[in-house]
Ligand binder design. Sequence first.
Ligand SMILES: [Cu+2]
Length: 184
Amino acid sequence: MKQSIITFTTSIIVMVFAVAATGYVMNDHNSNSKTNAHSSHEMNASAEAETFINDGKTVTVEPGDTLEVRSEGSDLSYDITEIRAEAGSELTIRYINSSTMPHNILFVYTEDDIRPVGVAALQAYQNEYVPEDKMDRIFGYTSLAVPGDTVDVKITVPEEPGSYPYICTYPGHFTQMQGRLISR
Ligand SMILES: [Cu+2]
């Protein structure tokens, strides 16, 4: 009788440990899959950014220039999709919206900033679709241009030579409506 109580107690203890261990393993597994989901999300963002097709005009500008960029019709695009400029110089981008929808131009630092900024912008209707909590990823933007508007923004071309994306953050546009500022 005594022996069977000890055996019973032992098996309860073993079961408790087994359940605890399973819980631990499951938690560990969950945190791993969160990490994996996060990193694959980041990879998707980069992969998508790489699919940007530069099918517009390339222009080279001088320091202090005002460059006109346009959109026309119902296309989600800018007529100029590559702007080559001197590192550290100042430029004015004049955006002329001859299209049928509201648009803007917003400059971000890296390819990996496109998606977080574009997604956060969906909630930023009170600030003309410029997400205030992502300002560390942004170095210039125009106000929202409704059809017929012309809006200006002064930017300083980043000192570090490289490619800097510009996007429209009006909801649903950022994956297609893009260009690249090349600092050199
Ligand atoms: Cu747009």
